[in-house]
Design a binder for this molecule. Structure first.
Ligand code: HEM
Length: 572
């Protein structure tokens, strides 16, 4: 009995039983994620000030080393360590269950740390200037691939532990009915992660052997298998991000789930169709025929896009209905104007939704079209697109949820609370501005992953218009704002975790600073009363208007791109 008491504590806000092993694993994974975020930001500033031609900061060699560091530390290590923390939260904690085999959790954490450190050391030593895609014939030291494999094995163990937690929770009847939607989203992320990691093993083990000169490697096969890993892993990010949106919608403003079945079906669409969408990375590869490319990147891929559009509607729609139930029911947008915009958990989630949905969604579907891809492939439009999805979307959502993790899991009040209120705006607007700069640069033909946009040592001079100087400045200013926003977050996180003031039931009662409003007073998660039925019947009118604004923007952007293609590619 006393063992059980020691194993769990009860959260004073949510009433959930918190398994201490899971809690400690959340803490260490989140802390390591923030360390990699710091490394990634330092590298980001280096490459940003190199691509901004008036600074042209790094040498060619260092530019490619920093690009490799930045891609790996941000996209792989920061994001995946954070996702591991999410799995430990969505499994044992949200299901009120114990974490089976915590020793395995620590083993996987150890493997992931050793793997990521090994990769970083190899890059730092100049033995792996291959960028995160490591396309052959670029070859790294075998230890680089060993590091990636160790990291992936560690992550796989965490996924298996998450599945085992679901079994234990079901057996011990720690929840009623089906698993909650947020856990379902995390399960989606976990299933896609397992598919992704299997593809990873299928490609990185042969690549390790190739790097040791033990077998040949076909560059085209590598690219196909790599993107089965590389793109699916983006869908893990999307599923994890959407789960965070649902969670934050509930705890910040009592957002409701408009329709459980539809939201769950949308998660299932991710699992079924996302691997196909990986093909959009290969649209200009000569090895694959047009039928294969068109099938994989249009009809089937749009089912995965549909899933994101469903969540992009149901999350704000649920927030709107939740706000209307709280009394903000005047006009179309009172639910938005009276929302808690100074709560970084809420503002970060909303900015993440808008940047991901509007900017990332529209640009992604457009450049993923086979014909339009021919004018965007390998230009700055590509980083312009994915900085709105994985950075403005996923990374910002992870920052937003951290403001609730600090009090609820680390039991600390958020340090520099005044700064925390502004942090999501700095990061979100910075990334949005930087991505717009990158997108315009790419539209004018400026290549990505290129040290010198002026091609000064090239025998051919590209015909770039002078406006690229303006858009380099837009990219640079936006990027510096975003880097400042990321550093603000890191400072807040480090000071909160290591030196923060304790978060206690008493501090909630006194309404002390550093506690988000959703924690001070958790909004009602279910509603009763006369007006509930009417509000549900009225639906989310404001969100419907916003959805139409989205569709108009999408049609315009898509049309303009076909027009550009027609003016560049004069057939006949
Ligand atoms: C903190 C603000 C950030 C800034 C200022 C920034 C800036 C940049 C720049 C300038 C590039 C190079 C573009 C090129 O020359 O081709 C780049 C590439 C990239 N960034 Fe970021 N970034 C930031 C955050 C992030 C985050 C949080 C992630 C992931 C979660 C990320 C993922 C990537 C990836 C995957 C690449 C491509 C690397 C490659 O081509 O191999 N970035 N970023």
């Amino acid at each position: 009995m006393s063992d059980l008491i020691n194993l769990f504590r009860t959260c004073p806000v949510t009433g959930l039983k918190v398994d201490r092993n899971a809690e400690n694993l959340i803490k260490v994974n989140a802390v390591v994620a923030v360390v990699f975020l710091l490394f990634g930001v330092i590298a980001a500033v280096g490459i940003l000030l190199t691509r901004w031609q008036i600074f042209h900061f790094l040498s060619p060699e260092m530019y490619y080393r920093f690009v490799t560091f930045h891609g790996l530390d941000m996209l792989i290590f920061f994001i995946i360590f954070f996702e591991m923390a999410i799995l430990y939260f969505a499994g044992p904690i949200l299901l009120n269950s114990k974490l089976p085999a915590p020793g395995l959790g620590w083993l996987s954490f150890g493997l992931m740390v050793i793997g990521s450190v090994l990769v970083n050391v190899m890059v730092y030593a100049g033995k792996a200037d291959v960028m995160f895609t490591s396309y052959p014939p670029l070859k790294a030291d075998p230890l680089y691939y060993v590091g990636i494999i160790l990291f992936a094995v560690g992550a796989l163990i965490v996924c298996i532990l998450f599945l085992a937690t679901l079994v234990v929770a079901k057996k011990n009847k720690t929840y009623e009915g089906s698993i909650p939607l947020v856990v379902f989203g995390a399960l989606t992320a976990c299933i896609i992660a397992i598919i992704t990691l299997i593809h990873g093993a299928l490609i990185f083990i042969p690549t390790l052997l190739w790097s040791m000169d033990l077998m040949p490697m076909d560059a085209e096969v590598y690219r196909l298998m790599f993107w089965a890993l590389g793109h699916s892993s983006q869908q893990i990010n999307v599923a994890a991000m959407v789960s965070v949106w649902y969670l934050l919608a509930g705890i910040t403003v009592g957002g409701v789930v408009l329709n459980e079945k539809i939201s769950r079906m949308a998660f299932v669409l991710y699992i079924l169709f996302i691997s196909m969408a990986s093909a959009h990375h290969l649209l200009v590869d000569p090895g694959w025929g047009p039928a294969w490319k068109i099938w994989n990147t249009s009809y089937a891929m749009y089912l995965a896009v549909l899933a994101s559009m469903v969540h992009g509607f149901t999350v704000p729609g649920g927030i709107e209905v939740g706000q209307r139930l709280r009394g903000f029911k005047n006009g179309l947008f009172e639910w938005l104007s009276k929302a808690p915009w100074s709560d970084p958990g809420f503002s970060g989630m909303m900015l993440s939704l808008v940047i991901f949905g509007f900017m990332g969604g529209i640009t992604g579907v457009t450049i993923g079209t086979e014909q339009i891809n021919i004018i965007s492939h390998n230009t700055m439009r590509i980083p312009g697109h994915f900085h709105t999805t994985v950075v403005g979307g996923t990374a910002l959502a992870f920052m937003a949820v951290s403001y609730y993790v600090f009090p609820l899991i680390f039991k600390k009040r958020v340090a520099f609370w005044g700064m925390a209120k502004f942090q999501p705006y700095f990061f979100g607007f910075g990334i949005a501005i930087m991505s717009m700069g990158m997108t315009f640069l790419g539209t004018m033909g400026v290549p990505r992953r290129h040290w010198d946009s002026t091609f000064s040592q090239s025998p051919f001079q590209p015909a770039f218009p002078d406006t690229i100087n303006l858009f380099q400045a837009v990219m640079g200013i936006g990027g510096l704002l975003a880097a400042a926003g990321a550093l603000m977050f890191i400072t807040i996180a480090v000071v909160t975790v290591f030196f923060g003031k304790p978060f206690t039931a008493d501090s909630i009662k006194k309404g002390e600073s550093g506690i988000p409003q959703g924690v001070l007073k958790l909004p009602a998660q279910s509603h009763t009363g006369g007006n509930v039925e009417q509000i549900h019947k009225d639906g989310a009118k404001g969100t419907v208007v916003l959805a139409f604004v989205f569709l108009v923007c999408f049609v315009l952007y898509y049309f303009v791109n076909w027009k550009m293609l027609a003016s560049i590619w004069k057939v006949g």
